[in-house]
Each structure stands twice: as C-alpha cells, then as structure tokens.
Write a protein that binds this ligand. Structure first.
Ligand code: ADP
Ligand code: MG
Length: 714
C-alpha cells in the first residue's frame, strides 16, 4: 500500500471538544439527560392539555385508532417542542423493504400572507404522509404508475429529534403502506404480530388461571456487533465502499488466534467513539447498557436494555444510523456488514426475545423450580414447538448475501436451526417426557478456593455459544440475525409462530380442562406431548461440529445453507398459513417480500462480482505488471516464472468471472441460483489468486490497504 499510511490522529482531531461537530462537554450529565430529544410520555404530560394527554394514553393502551381532535392537539404540542429544540423540518421516519430507514424532510415553515413565514403542522400532517414512494421496492404489490404510498404515524414509538451541526430534524416513527392498505414496510407486520401474540397469550393465561393480565408484550434486546476501521482505508478500498466488505485480502499473520482482543481494554479513540455514540443514543431514548471488544481485532459490540419489540426494533435501526454517523467524527468507519473480512469472525446481532405481561411477569422466567412452574413450562413448550415447526421460516428470516459467508462458518451458528435449553431445562423436560427421573436441579454453588472470594450461585446451565437459538436464563437468544439487518422481520416471524403454537397448546389444554382434568396435570400432559413431538430441534452439544451436521440430517432438521436455499421457505404452505391465520402478512404481502429479497440478493451479488472483476483488472493486474517489470530488470528468472504463471491463471479467472457477469435470460429465484453458482463461485477463484498475488507483489506496489493494516487501529 504505497499511498497514505496510517496517520497519527491526535486527540485534538477526534475528541468532540476539538472537532467542529460536537463542542459539548461529555461529562455534563445535566445538559445531556436521558431521552432529552424524545417526545416522551413525560414531555407529553407536560405539554398536552390534561384531558388530551389522558385520552392519548388510553388510546395507546387499548390499541385504538386516533381521533382527529387528539391528533391536532398532539401535533401542536409536538411542533412547539420540536421548534424549541431547534428543529426546522420534520420527517415521517419509516422502514421500507430495503431493510434500512427512509426519510423525506418537510419544512415546518410555509409562506404567510404578509411575506413572512409561519410554522405549520397539523394533526393530519402528523398522522398521515404521502411520499411519492415509487422508487421503494414493493415486490409487485404496487405498480410504478400507482406511485402513492401512505405513511401512518405509529404513536407507540416516540417521536425524536435528530441533531445536525446545522439544524435539527423531528422524526416521526411511521408505518408505510400501499393505497390498498398492504404493508410495504417492516413495521406493520411487526405491530400486527405483537397483537397476534398478545391475543393468543392472554387466551392461554386465562386457561392457566391468570385473570389480571390484559396484554402481553414481546421484547427485544439486541446485541449489535460491528467493526471499526480508519476511514482513510475505507476510501482506498472500492470494495468496502460499494459492497461493505472486502473482496480481496490475504489472511494476516496475526488475527484473533491469541484471543487478546476479546474483552480487552478499548483503545482510547474507539472508547471516545463509543462514549459519544452512547451519549447521542441516550438523548434519543435508546437505553444503551453494555460495550466491549469482540473476538476479532477491530470488532466491538453494543447492547441496550431490552424494550418492547416495536420500540426495540426502531431503536436498533437508530443505533446503526447513529454509530455510522458518529464514527466519522473520529476518522473511523463503522462496518455493519455480516462478513467484512474473509477468514476473520463476522458480525451478528443476537436477538434476545421474551414475552411479558402488562402486570409485570416475564413468561420466560423459569423461577427457582421450573418443574413446578406450569406457566413457564407451557410457554416454553410453545416456543419449542414453534421453532421446530417453522425452522425453515426462521432461517429464511435471517437470510441475505452477507449472511451466506457467516452462518455455518465455525464462528456463528450454523444454518441449521436448533434450540439449546441448558442442563436444567433439559432435565425438566426429559423427566416430564419420560414420566420418571428427578426434574429438579440442586442449587449449585461455585466455590473459588480462596477465602476472600465470595461463593457464587451457579446457573442451571452453562452457556452454549454455538447454538442459534439458546435459552439464556429468562429469555431466548436468537443468535442467527446478521449485524446489518432490521430485526423487524425475524421478530414478526417469532411472534407469529409462537402465537400459533400457544393457540395449538391452548386448544389441547381447553379440551383437557373441559373433561374435568386438574390444571397442573392437564398442563403437564400438554407440555409432555409437545416436547415429545418437537424435541428433535433441541440440541445441547457443539453446533459447529461435523457430527452435529450428520446428526441433524438424521433428525430431519433443515440445513438451508444459502439465501437462495432459504428464501422459498417464506412461501412454504406452513409459513403462509401461519401468517394468514394471524393476519400478520397476506400471501400477496409475503410474495412481495420474497420477490424483493430475491432481487436484492441478485443485485448485491452482481455488484460484488462486477466490483471484483474491476478491482482485479484495473488495480491488481497493473500492480503485478509493475512488479514483473522490476523482476525483469533485475533478471531473476525464478521469480519471473513464478509471477508470470500466477498472472496467467489470474487473467483466465478474471475472464471467466467477466463471462459469468453477463446474466442469462432468467429471473427471480432461478437468477439467484445462477448468481450463487456462477458469479459467486467465479469471484472466489479470482479472489484466491488475487490474495496469492498480494503475498508476492512488492508491498509498496500493492494498491489496496491490507488486512494487517486495516484491522489494527492505532
Ligand atoms: P447475557 O447475554 O449474558 O444474557 P444480558 O442479561 O446483558 O446478558 O442480556 C443481553 C441482552 O438481553 C440485553 O440486551 C438485555 O437487555 C436482553 N434481555 C434481558 N432480558 C430480556 C428479556 N426479558 N427480553 C428481551 N431481552 C432481554
Ligand atoms: Mg448474550
């Protein structure tokens, strides 16, 4: 890499006090209170007329539609609050099927009769927007000539203000639908699935003797992994810029073998980035809690305290947006791609998921004696049944091109979906299923052998880091989602399939109770049957091992390795039936998603393949030729031959890739399969040879920053 080597970035350049962007005192907590930029319930209480505030809260609690008079009053209060906080524009912030967020800014100000401007924002502007949204993917739900899409205010996710050095923007979380009412976004199905799960869970809770709870909320706590690299390297790599990942790069001599990065101390510049991100996120009401180094060099993680699924999912999108933007203040780029560096651990987004009642009970909390906790056993059995019945759909919910490099790569859960229950729950369910054996686990204490150290209570099961769907104490952790993904769809799936399983178990319970069975005995029988029928999906061993792949095959579990393998599961009969029964997504809405995701896969694969060919031909070949000239001038024939034959192979591989990049006359899934088998396969060959060249071409002639440079932030 001949050009800019790592520069010494001084604290003055990257600290907020030294930069133009944030002349703010980070330590001044009173000026940066949590949720300062959120139109929170507290702000609403303060600013809305009392009766309007009460009616708004009632509307939200009961999930009712908004009356226009409330909307007008809320809009007025929101506008005044936003203007006082420096906002000049507002936007309906929504999540089209691209997986990211979209915004179209409108000024609050309109011309007044006397030649000045007045700030105007009505209830109807708050509730509904109508962007000319013809360029968002719809998967055939809407033809381009029907350009209208509607955005509808989601009052259950609070509005917030995004700051910019030159002003501020009021963001109104919003749903996005076609004018025929079909969901064109990720939020609508998530909200529908939360309603569906609540209804099923409340029905079951009544059978289980709970008369108090009125609503059950699903929750998300997302652990976001990401890489940070110096921005100068990013801008020297066309592959990172256009695809988010490196398409070339030989393995560095030092990776994460020494495990010296994981939980290691955090470099000062990185810590400064984290602190500013956290401060910005806190202002936006995102309850960030944890930060640490991850396994790979230059890899980190951020995790919030969990929230209800809708808000948690919105906050996740916001977290990615804020991190990407704050990183620039420190001369860094935040990479959210699932696999930015080949041969180095990729990034996921663990989706911690649970269900809780409005009376404050976590339905996934086993308590001290899970074997006697019939509520827990019932709902846990429903999750096991749901995951087993819809393995393919769950796998499909986390499918994208980036994930194909990560899932199953001995660092991330495999493409096979299975559940880790842990030793304690294994024992409970096995005892129930077999009708004998002790279901209880003695409370264990860990003694550390030094009198000054405390004795620690031990958890019922140790962690299993290799499982894609693990019970972790009082929640399930779905570990397969990728780092760049919206969590809305995976959670829509989870909520829907669990709602379906709860109803199925509730049907059985109802029959038994109708026959006069005792509640505990009836629940025991239902749980036993469900576990016996679905235990094939439970696995406590090493998910990375070859044996598991063989064993999973014997058990009949699905192993959908790539996106084209997985996506058809979205349209499987069992998927369509569950989504339609719970009115989360119609068949047409599912088909539109399938189409959009297949198309995205094809487009992204094609961009990668063309970028690979272009880098190879216009950067790497010329570098190799320059190196060859040096060798020829020196007259070292052994080196000459070695390089020439590698260059011949490389040129042939590039030509093959370029041929593959001419698409055959096919479309849809067929084209996706083509892209995978022809383009991606040809790219792999070009890359392998390119990486070999990297190892023999003179370092000062090599045109791309190397892994060893990018991965170690100084
Ligand atoms: P661990 O990963 O070691 O279990 P934490 O308790 O910090 O550690 O949990 C990790 C994530 O799980 C956090 O984002 C946390 O908020 C979330 N989490 C905890 N309880 C729940 C729950 N009931 N529902 C959803 N997420 C939860
Ligand atoms: Mg965790």
């Amino acid at each position: 890499m001949p050009r800019i080597r790592q520069q010494n970035v001084t604290a003055a350049q990257w600290s907020p006090n030294g930069s133009q962007l944030g002349a703010v005192d980070l330590t001044d907590a009173t000026n940066n209170p949590f949720a300062a930029n959120v139109f929170s319930v507290a702000v609403q209480r303060q600013r809305l007329p009392k009766d309007i505030f009460k009616r708004l809260q009632r509307t939200l609690e009961n999930g009712e539609a908004m009356e226009p008079s409330i909307a007008d009053a809320v809009a007025l209060a929101m506008k005044e609050w936003a203007l006082e906080n420096g906002a000049t524009h507002y936007t309906h912030w929504f999540q089209p099927l691209t997986g990211s967020t979209a915004e179209k800014h409108d000024s609050f100000f309109g011309p007044a009769d006397d030649g000045t401007a007045i700030a105007d924002f009505s209830g109807s502007e708050l509730i509904q927007g109508e962007p000319d949204a013809s360029s968002f993917p719809t998967g055939g739900v809407r033809a381009t000539f029907e350009a209208r899409g509607y955005t509808a205010w989601d009052p259950t996710s609070p509005a917030f203000i995004l700051e910019n050095p030159n002003g501020a923007l009021l963001c109104i979380p919003t749903a996005f639908a076609s004018w025929t009412g079909e969901a064109l976004d990720a939020k609508i199905p998530l909200l529908r699935s939360m309603d569906a799960l609540s209804k099923s869970a409340i029905r079951a809770l009544r059978l289980l003797g709970d008369e108090q709870s009125e609503r059950v909320f699903t929750t998300i706590g997302a652990e976001q992994e990401y890489f940070l690299i110096d921005e100068q390297y990013f801008f020297e790599r066309p592959d990172l810029q256009t695809t988010g990942r490196t398409l070339f790069g030989a393995k560095p001599p030092k990776g994460h073998e020494l495990d010296d990065h994981y939980f290691g101390s955090i470099p000062e510049r990185v810590l400064a980035f984290m602190m500013e991100s956290e401060r910005e996120l806190a202002k936006l009401g995102v309850p960030v809690k944890t930060r640490h180094n991850e396994v790979a060099p230059a890899q980190y993680e951020i995790a919030p305290v969990f929230e209800n699924s809708n808000v948690g999912s919105d906050h996740q999108q916001l977290t990615m947006q804020v991190m990407k933007s704050v990183a620039r203040n420190y001369g860094l780029i935040c990479l959210l791609h699932e696999k930015p560096f080949d041969g180095i651990n990729g990034s996921g987004k663990h989706n911690n998921w649970s269900m809780g009642t409005d009376t404050g009970h976590n339905l996934m909390d086993p308590g001290d004696t899970p074997s006697e906790n019939i509520n827990f056993l019932f709902f846990c059995a429903a999750v096991i049944q749901a995951v087993n019945s819809h393995q393919g759909l769950l796998r499909a919910s986390v499918a994208n091109l980036g994930q194909d490099h990560r899932l199953g790569a001995n660092e991330a859960p495999p493409a096979i979906i299975s559940i880790f229950l842990g030793a304690e729950l294994d024992k409970v369910f096995e005892a129930l299923a077999s009708g004998n054996g002790d279901p209880n686990t003695e409370e264990a204490v860990l003694t550390l052998g030094a009198s000054v150290l405390p004795h620690l209570p031990m958890h019922g099961g140790d962690r299993n880091r290799t499982s894609p769907f693990a019970f972790t104490g009082n929640k399930f952790e779905f570990r397969a989602p990728g780092s760049s993904m919206s969590l809305a769809f995976p959670n829509s799936v989870l909520n829907t399939i669990v709602a379906e399983a709860i109803d199925d178990l509730a049907d059985q319970l109802e029959v038994k109770l109708g026959n006069g069975d005792d509640l505990a005995i009836a629940v025991g029988a239902v749980v036993k049957d469900a576990y016996a029928a679905h235990k094939a999906v439970c696995f406590g061993g090493d998910n990375y091992s070859e044996e598991w792949h063989a064993e999973a095959g014997k058990r009949g579990l699905k192993n959908l390795r790539t996106t084209p393998d997985a996506l058809p599961e979205v349209l499987a009969d069992s998927s369509v039936a569950a989504f339609e029964k719970y009115e989360v997504l119609s068949k047409r809405e599912l088909e539109s998603r399938f189409e959009v995701w297949v198309e995205q896969y094809v487009l992204q694969a094609n961009i990668e393949a063309e970028t690979t060919a272009s880098i190879a031909r216009t950067l790497l070949v010329p570098a190799a030729l320059r190196h060859l000239a040096v060798i020829e001038a020196a007259g070292v024939s052994a080196l000459d031959q070695e390089l020439r034959s590698l260059l011949d192979e490389f040129t042939a591989a590039i030509t093959e890739l370029e041929a593959a990049n001419v698409h055959p006359d096919s479309e849809g899934l067929e084209l996706a399969v083509y892209a995978r088998d022809s383009q991606i396969a040809a790219m792999a060959k070009v890359r392998e040879l390119g990486d070999r060249l990297e190892k023999i071409v003179a370092d000062d002639l090599w045109p791309l920053p190397k892994y060893s440079e990018m991965l170690f932030i100084k």
